[in-house]
Design a protein around this ligand. Structure first.
Ligand SMILES: *Cc1c(COP(=O)(O)O)cnc(C)c1O
Length: 370
């Protein structure tokens, strides 16, 4: 006879999930620190977005528009896409979960790269699917490795471009080659959380693929360059059939009124986005150069096109020591031993003063480590 459990039993695939660890906002002893750990925008959010959010406070007793019609119309006009092929959620995290939950289930496989976004594994395991990890090519996305990992049980492939936590970029031709070689019943999710940080000539073609192909979903977020991380605004674009299927499992009012209004306002501030991108380009390049100058101490910056740099520590100074030294100096960065990167720190590009201060700490630690 089997024994009766004494409490509800969580599904084994749920217990296989390692909890997501968010970027820290305080030091180990609770002091507030400058947060360079979650890839937030150092310039905040457009003023118009704050004003729209404040105005929404007058309507807190009402359910938000479940169809997010105004936001979808604004996105459609801004990007030249069809409003009825847009899905939205509480952050693009929710959209990624919707993609996994709609197209994969127990026993199916979902493929992503080794140093990929942590949410892909959670979204995969949550639905009982099996995560299949494709090796990287010196931290970058390796299309051949992804294709080699695909089997007849593969239902979804997640690719972030640029990728997080590596910052690496997969060019348009490689994305096209990946899509062309995938079976047409495999959903290719191209997560463009950092796409607004790319230069215009770096268009990876994902939106065009999502427009024309039946098996491509692009996801975007207002959390990064638009500076609305607190309000959780994400969206996706793909074939009407994909979007309709995903809507079936979306929580009806997952997307609050402040989020909807603030996002529409933020979308209208091109100057804010341009300024954020230009600052990021300049200080990312400066920071990468300074890290390269510490190359003989074993430091190296993985080439990034996002608003952060993954610094590798391959000499006497370890990432762990650097992480604690930066924290003591008032800077939270992201040390990622749980993601197979005990030798890496992901550092968000902050203000000029932040970047100079971070570099000074790293230089001093390199000296100390000898
Ligand atoms: C930050 C991030 C997201 C999503 O963020 P939301 O705040 O949930 O919209 C998605 N993908 C990647 C790769 C990210 O870095």
């Amino acid at each position: 006879m089997t024994q009766t459990p004494t409490a509800p039993v969580a599904k084994p695939w749920i217990m296989g999930i390692a909890p997501y660890i968010p970027g820290r906002a305080t030091s180990e002893d609770g002091r507030p620190v400058t947060k360079l750990s979650s890839n937030e925008n150092p310039f905040g959010t457009p003023e118009a977005a704050r004003a729209a959010y404040r105005d929404a406070a007058g309507e807190l007793e009402r359910y938000p528009d479940a169809a997010a019609a105004d936001l979808r119309d604004a996105l459609a006009a801004h990007y030249g896409i069809e409003a009825d092929r847009i899905i939205y959620g509480t952050g693009s995290d929710e959209v990624l979960h919707l993609a996994a939950g709609t197209f994969a289930g127990v026993g199916d496989e979902i493929v992503f790269v080794r140093y990929g976004f942590a949410v892909y594994e959670i979204a995969t395991r949550r639905v009982g699917a099996v995560p299949v990890v494709a090796p990287d090519a010196d931290y970058a996305t390796d299309v051949d490795a992804i294709l080699a990992a695909v089997t007849e049980r593969t239902r979804v492939v997640f690719v972030a471009n640029p990728n997080n936590p590596t910052g690496t970029y997969t060019p348009r031709a490689e994305i096209a080659r990946l899509h062309a070689a995938l079976p047409s019943d495999v959903l290719l999710v191209i997560d463009q959380a950092y796409t607004e940080y790319l230069e215009p000539e770096d268009d990876d073609g994902a939106l065009e693929l999502a427009r024309t192909q039946p098996n491509v979903l692009v996801t975007r977020t207002f959390s990064k360059i638009f500076g609305l991380a607190a309000e959780r605004v994400g969206w996706g674009y793909g074939a009407a059939e994909l979007i309709r299927a995903m809507h079936r499992i979306r929580a009806p009012f997952s997307f609050g009124i402040g989020a909807q209004r603030a996002a529409i306002a933020a979308l209208g501030d091109d100057a804010f986005v341009r300024h954020s991108r230009e600052h990021n380009r300049q200080w990312r390049a400066w920071f990468a150069d300074q890290i390269a100058a510490l190359g003989n101490a074993g430091l190296r910056a993985v080439p990034s096109k996002a608003n952060f740099v993954l610094v590798l520590f391959e000499g006497a100074l370890t990432a762990e020591v650097a992480y604690h030294a930066l924290m003591a100096a008032g800077y939270a960065t992201r040390w990622l031993p749980g993601q197979g990167l005990p030798h890496g720190l992901r550092i968000t590009i902050g203000s000029e003063a932040d970047m100079r201060a971070v570099l000074a700490v790293l230089r001093a630690e390199v000296e100390k480590a000898g």
